[in-house]
Design a protein around this ligand. Structure first.
Ligand code: HEC
Ligand code: HEC
Length: 214
């Protein structure tokens, strides 16, 4: 478990460094056309909000999410590797290019942050920033960034501003062993969340909703 987490951190560092070194070279994945994506994303707006800031918390916010993360998960819904009846339907007709365009569109939007529960924020912040070494829980900021903006190149998803119930739901699924798709990065969260208690998950999720970064 430690080895896999360390590998993840290492990849994260590598990605950051190569980005700095090769600022002008092509990104390591296809870059979509945000303008074309705006039109293609109109149908998504009914649930996710036209600018990716869903009002109803049962639908995750997509605003400010990295394009690579959004397009990867659209592929996973389409292939059925991530199971969800609604999203299977909305991804079925999308081509790979559509997914990259839509990803680019939402990446260019700004996530509106919510308000963290004051009784939970301190515990959430401590775990987010420091992890818990004795229990093998890594600091979340190592991958998701101090402000929850993620790392678009790996991609490590942005988390700031997300509806708390959605983040908590995802963390419980990962704790139950959910792995979407393949590769070391896909399996990382099942390791991370394994030891989290319900209370810790709720505290982290609430903290994230109030975090301003993306
Ligand atoms: C009828 C409502 C609805 C519509 C329309 C819809 N979605 Fe979703 N979407 C959902 C729900 C519900 C989820 C959470 C599914 C789950 O738990 O896996 C979701 C999840 C997602 C996720 C995963 C986000 C994350 O952070 O994990 C992405 C990406 C996504 N939708 C993109 C889209 C795109 C792009 C469109 C338009 C082509 C779209 N959705 C249209 C309801 C909808
Ligand atoms: C080693 C890197 C790493 C660390 C450390 C890490 N994460 Fe993640 N996290 C990821 C990756 C990679 C994904 C995307 C996994 C996937 O595609 O299913 C992710 C996904 C998530 C998601 C789902 C986002 C969404 O939009 O659906 C949440 C919530 C999350 N992480 C919270 C946390 C919390 C809380 C911690 C600290 C306890 C943490 N992560 C620590 C790499 C990491």
């Amino acid at each position: 478990m430690r080895a896999r987490l360390l590998a993840g951190l290492f990849i994260s560092l590598l990605a950051t460094q190569s980005w700095a070194a090769e600022e002008n070279s092509a990104a390591p994945f296809p870059v979509g056309d945000a303008e074309a994506g705006a039109g293609k994303a109109a149908v998504c707006g009914a649930c996710h909000g036209l600018d990716g800031n869903s009002v109803d918390p049962q639908y995750p916010k997509l605003a400010g999410q990295s394009a690579a993360y959004t397009s990867r998960h659209l592929e996973l819904y389409k292939s059925g590797e991530r199971e969800n009846a609604i999203m299977a339907g909305f991804s079925a007709a999308l081509s790979s290019d559509d997914m990259h365009d839509i990803g680019a569109y939402f990446a260019g939007q700004t996530a509106l942050t919510g308000v963290a529960d004051e009784t939970l924020v301190e515990a959430g912040q401590a775990l987010y920033r420091g992890g818990d070494e004795n229990r093998g829980i890594p600091a979340c900021l190592a991958c998701h960034g101090p402000g929850g903006g993620g790392n678009p190149l790996v991609p490590y998803p942005a988390l700031s501003g997300q509806h708390a119930n959605y983040s908590a739901d995802m963390l419980r699924r990962y704790r139950d062993g959910a792995v979407y798709g393949e590769g070391a990065n896909a399996a990382v969260m099942a390791d991370v969340a394994k030891q989290l208690t319900d209370q810790e998950i709720d505290a982290l999720a609430s903290y994230l909703e109030g975090l301003h970064a993306r």
